[in-house]
Design a protein around this ligand. Structure first.
Ligand code: SF4
Ligand code: SF4
Length: 326
């Protein structure tokens, strides 16, 4: 019997999600024994025309990582949606926007200006910037269109399942692959990870006081957290109360507060707002002065509360210039 085919594709991401496939270690041999890999640009040379030749349903599942920013990425994910029976948004960037999604705090004009003109390491005396169409030695060259916004995968195509995390942990990947192969999948739209908040599985949970009061926030760049205590109890902003569990408490075990890469718990419409509301009720803000101290100590609130989830949040982007081209 023919083995089911799977595809891997990447959009705007760092490549870490590809590493997690390799991190399956010897389990990758079981995956390779059970499926044929039909597309994996990081490892196999398959062209667009090869995928265009697939029939719809030829490939059982596509794991797509990365947010969507370019017209080329849109073309590929729409093609994969057409050809694959299931689409899994693989990792934080495809799921909720991820670190590339922080670009929604600025504009594409500012990004291009910084990248090609203003950055101190740039040497660009002719002011050259990439063009969508250009002619070089009588050849017509084309580059993808760079969108105004970074989008999550489900803002571009219909998504069947989500594997969260930056990157998704190998055990959740292996469980997802097994569930697909055995046809034991949860309802469409499910996030393939536990529903509880990270605090509930956190080894420091017992040190999180019920009557928590935060007078000011500390930063891990300027002080070292106690490796035994709840970060919030010490004044470090930890996204654990608003973040889905299942990562194995990777950051906590490395003495770093949770940054929220697993996305919001099912009851949270918006992870950043949920944590903001949690800390607002715990903050010591009974006078104008204490409120100011608390607010001033929270560096970069947008980048902290929405580090991984800005495109999927209720905010979606910072409104910098309403007249910008889309
Ligand atoms: S706030 Fe952070 S450190 Fe404290 S219990 Fe929750 S996840 Fe653990
Ligand atoms: S602790 Fe938070 S940021 Fe770190 S891997 Fe887990 S969910 Fe992601």
């Amino acid at each position: 019997m023919a083995k089911p085919k799977v595809a891997f594709y990447w959009c705007a991401s760092c490549g870490g999600c590809e590493e997690t496939v390799v991190d399956l270690a010897e389990d990758i041999l079981k995956v390779v024994a059970a499926v044929d890999i039909a597309l994996w640009p990081v490892a196999i040379d398959i062209k667009l025309k090869d995928v265009q030749a697939w029939k719809p349903g030829d490939v059982a599942v596509a794991f797509i990582n990365g947010a969507v920013r370019l017209s080329e990425q849109e073309e590929w994910v729409k093609l994969l949606r057409e050809k694959c029976s299931l689409i899994v948004a693989f990792g934080s960037c495809a799921h909720i926007g991820g670190i590339p999604g922080l670009a929604n705090a600025t504009t594409k004009e500012q990004i291009f200006a910084n990248k090609y003109h203003l950055s101190p390491t740039i040497n660009n005396p002719n002011g050259t910037v990439p063009q969508e169409h250009s002619k070089v030695d009588n050849y017509d060259l084309e580059l993808p269109f760079f969108w105004k916004d970074v989008k999550t995968l489900d803002q571009v195509i219909d998504v069947d399942y989500y594997l969260p995390g930056c990157p998704p942990p190998p055990n959740l990947v292996a469980e997802a692959v097994n569930a697909i192969l055995e046809g034991k999948l949860p309802p469409k739209g499910s996030v393939l990870a536990p529903e509880k908040a990270l605090c509930e599985s956190c080894p420091r949970n017992e040190t999180k006081p019920d009557d928590l009061t935060i007078a000011s926030f500390k930063r891990v760049s300027t002080s070292t957290p106690d490796p035994e205590k709840c970060f919030l109890a010490e004044g470090y902003l930890c996204m654990g109360p608003a973040t889905r569990s299942g990562c194995g408490e990777r950051c906590i075990n490395g003495n770093m507060p949770c940054r929220g890469c697993f996305g919001p718990t099912p009851d949270a419409l918006d992870a950043g707002l949920k944590l903001l509301s949690a800390i607002a009720s715990r903050g010591k803000a009974d006078t104008t002065e204490s409120s100011q101290v608390l607010a001033d100590s929270l560096a970069d609130p947008l980048g902290t509360l929405y580090r991984f989830s800005l495109p999927a949040s209720l905010l979606r982007r910072r409104l910098v210039d309403l007249h910008e081209n889309s």
